[in-house]
Design a binder for this molecule. Structure first.
Ligand SMILES: O=C(O)CCC(=O)C(=O)O
Length: 233
């Protein structure tokens, strides 16, 4: 985003990375939809990107699958990480997840090309527990959350490169989330131009089921959908 817009946002008295339809929803979701800007140092961001790039480059971007929740993406599920990256993921775990929560393994890595976007969806409760935590790399983006029953209630999260977002509880269950396409990528009146974005997403396991494949979604209308990922695995 433009440097001047960024400076202006930093001066706002409310958390400048989260905006919403009203003070009630903002205060209700204060601990349920959290953005930690600058969670990664530039060096840590570089470590993750460099480690992910060769795996991602082997895959092709996918478009317009008939019921896909994502457009213009490639992805991988990664279990083996370098020591440096493991240390970063452990920091995510410590900040975002409680001691009683088990994380889904492997970690989901999603690469959106500049025109790529994620449609509104609620992660399936079959495959994902109470908490989703994502690191954003390379490009800023805007994540929009909309209440599934009260569409007038919404939040927007500004996700800058190096930031961590956490969705838990009501933000994860009662609100759909999406990553806006470039043409719609505004945080309030601030344009947030989209480039290629990589996200590294950790999820807790559903409390009462065993490990299973990550990335399965329920669209905002509640209809069971295809995996977040393509049908390819
Ligand atoms: O790329 C992201 O950070 C969001 C991914 C997403 O929507 C999801 O994992 O359900």
């Amino acid at each position: 985003m433009a440097g001047s817009g960024r400076r202006a946002l930093r001066t706002l008295p409310v958390p400048a990375w989260v905006r919403g339809s009203g003070s009630t929803v903002l205060s209700r979701l204060r601990d349920a939809a959290v953005v930690r800007p600058g969670f990664l140092t530039a060096a840590e961001e570089e470590t993750l990107s460099r480690e992910l790039e060769p795996e991602l480059r082997r895959r092709r971007y996918e478009y317009d699958h008939w019921d896909a929740a994502i457009h213009g993406f490639r992805e991988t599920e990664k279990s083996r990480w370098s020591e440096a990256s493991r240390a970063i993921l452990q920091r995510v775990q410590a900040v975002a997840f409680g001691p009683g929560q088990t994380l889904l393994s492997p970690v989901h890595v999603l690469d959106l090309e500049p025109r790529g976007f994620i449609k509104p969806h609620v992660d399936s409760i079959k495959f994902c527990g109470d908490t989703i935590a994502g690191l954003s790399l390379l490009s800023p983006s805007v994540m929009r959350l909309v209440h599934t029953q009260e569409p007038g209630e919404w939040l927007e999260l500004l996700l800058e490169p190096g930031s961590l977002y956490i969705l838990r509880g009501s933000a994860r269950y009662d609100f759909s989330h999406e990553i806006l396409r470039d043409e719609e990528s505004f945080f309030g009146e601030h344009r947030v131009p989209r480039g290629r974005r990589i996200s590294v997403i950790c999820r807790s396991l559903p409390e009462d089921t065993g490990p299973t494949k990550p990335g399965h979604l329920l669209p905002a209308d509640g209809t069971p959908s295809a995996p977040l990922a393509s049908q390819t695995h």
